[in-house]
Design a protein around this ligand. Structure first.
Ligand code: NAP
Ligand code: HSE
Length: 428
C-alpha cells in the first residue's frame, strides 16, 4: 500500500468537524477506495480549549494556520476557515509555496483571488480543489471537469444559496412577509455571520464565478456579475408570480456569447412546473447545458456539516488516488479574461411600481416604456386607498438595456414613488 496521505486541517467549525468525523468513522473504507490511508497530522482553529464534540487528542495542534500549512508531515492543506482574505489566503499561499496541494470550501477566497492562486498552484506543481465551495454536497465541479469534459458548455445556471431559497419558498408556502421569514432564518442559524452575503446574492455570485470559470475556461470574474439580492422581493410579488404560473428564485445564469461572458445572479420568475420552480427549502440545483449532452440537472443539499464535508472528502480522495486536475479544469495560463456583458437575449420582465395616484400617471408610465421600445403584455392595478397606486406589469420580450432606459426615464419623472422591482422571466 502507498504511503498515507497526511492532512493538515485549518478550521474546526461546522465543515472542519464534519471532515474529522468522516475520516475517523470511515478510515477503512477510505483506505480501500483510495489504496492508501488518509490520516490527520495536525489541526488548527482559534480556540484550543473549545469542546468540538470530536476527539482531537491524536492530532498536533497549531495555533497558526500558516505554520500548519508548512508542516513537513502535511501533504494536503485543508482550508476550512473561510473569508476571502486574512488567515485563509495567507495559509493557502503558504501551503502552495511549501509544495502542498490544497482542498478548500471557501468560495469567497477563490472567487476573488482564484486566478492568482491557480497560477501559484501551477508554479508549485500543485492543485487547489474546491468541490465544497459550490452547491455544498452536489458534485458539480467534478461533473464539469470530468463527466462533461467532452462538452462545450453553453450555459450553467442554478439556485446556489439555500438560505435565499428557504426564505422565498417559506414566504410563499406560509404567506409570510420577507422580514418575518428573514428573522426565522436567523433564528434557525441559516444566515452567514454577515447576512448580506446570503440575501444580497453575494455568496451565490461567488459560486457562480467559480462555475463560469470551469465551464467556459475563463478567469473567475466576480466583478463582472450583475448581482441583485432578494431583499426587495415582496409577498405580493410572490403571489402575483404564482398567479401567472411562476415562482421566484434567486437564479444564477452564466453563458458566453459573442458579446462576452454574461453572468447574473438575481431574483427571476421561473415556471412553477420546471425543475427549478419545484425546488423547495434550502436545497440547491444546478442546470448544465452542453453541446453534446444537452441538459443535465443536479439537485441536492447545498450546505450543512454532512453534505459539505462529503464534498471535501471527494477532493481528498481524488488527491489520495493521484488525480491532479488543474484548479479550474485547464492550465491557469490558458484561462481567458472574458469581458463582462449584460444579457443580450430579450426576455419578458415582471415589474412592480408604486405610482403617484394622480391624473396622467399611468399615461407617463406607458409612454416611458413605449419610448424605450418596451411593450406591455399584461397589467394589473390593485385596489388601494392611499395616494400610492401599486401597479404590476408583465412586458413582452425586451432587452435589459431597453428596460433600464425606461426605468431611468421613470426615475426622473414625478410619477414613480419608489424604486421599481424588475424581475426577468426565464422560460426554462
Ligand atoms: P465556521 O463554523 O465558522 O468555522 C470556522 C472555523 O475556522 C472555526 O473553527 C474557527 O475557529 C476557524 N478559524 C477562523 N479563523 C481562524 C484563524 N484566523 N485561525 C485559525 N482558525 C480560524 O465555518 P464553516 O461553516 O465550517 O465554514 C468553513 C468554510 O466552508 C467557509 O469557507 C464556508 O464558506 C465554507 N462552506 C460552509 C458551508 C456550511 O454549510 N457551513 C457550506 C459550504 C461552504 P474557532 O472555532 O476556534 O473560532
Ligand atoms: N450560506 C450558504 C447558503 C451556505 O445558504 O447556501 C452554503 O454555502
Amino acid at each position: 500500500m502507498a504511503a498515507a496521505l497526511r492532512l493538515g486541517i485549518a478550521g474546526l467549525g461546522t465543515v472542519g468537524v464534519g471532515v474529522v468525523r468522516i475520516i475517523r468513522r470511515q478510515a477503512e473504507m477510505l483506505s480501500m477506495r483510495t489504496g492508501r490511508d488518509i490520516v490527520i497530522s495536525a489541526v488548527s482553529a482559534r480556540d484550543a480549549s473549545k469542546d468540538r464534540g470530536v476527539p482531537l487528542g491524536d492530532y498536533a495542534w497549531e495555533s497558526d494556520p500558516v505554520a500548519l500549512a508548512q508542516r513537513d508531515d502535511v501533504d494536503v492543506f485543508v482550508e476550512l476557515m473561510g473569508g476571502s482574505d486574512g488567515a485563509a489566503k495567507d495559509a493557502t499561499e503558504a501551503a502552495l509555496a511549501a509544495g502542498k496541494d490544497v482542498v478548500t470550501a471557501n468560495k469567497a477566497l477563490l472567487a476573488l483571488h482564484g486566478t492568482a492562486l491557480a497560477e501559484a498552484a501551477e508554479a508549485a506543481g500543485r492543485v487547489i480543489r474546491f468541490e465544497a465551495a459550490v452547491a455544498g454536497g452536489i458534485p458539480v465541479i467534478k461533473s464539469l471537469t470530468e463527466g462533461l469534459a467532452g462538452n462545450e458548455i453553453t450555459r450553467v445556471m442554478g439556485v446556489m444559496n439555500g438560505t435565499c431559497n428557504y426564505i422565498l419558498t417559506r414566504m410563499e408556502n406560509a404567506g409570510l412577509p420577507y422580514d418575518t421569514v428573514f428573522q426565522e432564518a436567523a433564528d434557525l442559524g441559516y444566515l452567514e455571520a454577515d447576512p448580506t452575503l446570503d440575501v444580497g446574492g453575494i455568496d451565490a455570485a461567488h459560486k457562480l464565478a467559480l462555475l463560469s470559470a470551469i465551464a467556459f475556461g475563463t478567469k473567475p470574474n466576480f466583478d463582472g456579475i450583475a448581482i441583485e439580492g432578494i431583499e426587495r422581493v415582496s409577498i405580493d410579488d410572490i403571489r402575483q408570480a404564482a398567479d401567472m404560473g411562476y415562482r421566484i428564485k434567486l437564479l444564477g445564469v452564466a453563458q458566453q456569447s459573442a458579446r462576452g461572458l454574461e453572468q447574473s445572479m438575481q431574483p427571476c420568475l421561473v415556471p412553477a412546473s420546471s425543475p427549478l420552480g419545484q425546488l423547495e427549502g434550502g436545497t440547491n440545483m444546478v442546470v448544465i447545458e452542453g453541446d453534446a449532452v444537452d441538459q443535465i440537472v443536479l439537485r441536492g443539499p447545498g450546505a450543512g456539516e454532512g453534505p459539505t464535508a462529503s464534498a471535501v472528502m471527494g477532493d481528498i480522495c481524488d488527491l489520495a488516488r493521484g488525480l491532479h486536475i488543474p484548479t479550474f479544469g485547464q492550465p491557469a495560463a490558458t484561462l481567458k479574461a472574458a469581458p463582462a456583458a449584460t444579457a443580450a437575449l430579450p426576455a419578458p420582465y415582471y415589474l412592480r411600481l408604486t405610482l403617484a395616484d394622480k391624473p396622467g400617471a399611468l399615461a407617463k408610465l406607458a409612454s416611458a416604456l413605449g419610448q424605450a421600445g418596451v411593450s406591455i403584455n399584461r397589467m394589473r392595478q390593485y385596489a388601494h386607498d392611499a395616494s400610492e397606486a401599486p401597479v404590476l406589469i408583465v412586458t413582452h420580450k425586451c432587452t435589459r438595456d431597453a428596460l433600464d432606459s425606461a426605468l431611468a426615464a421613470l426615475a426622473a419623472s414625478d410619477v414613480v414613488l419608489s424604486q421599481p422591482v424588475a424581475l426577468r422571466i426565464e422560460d426554462l
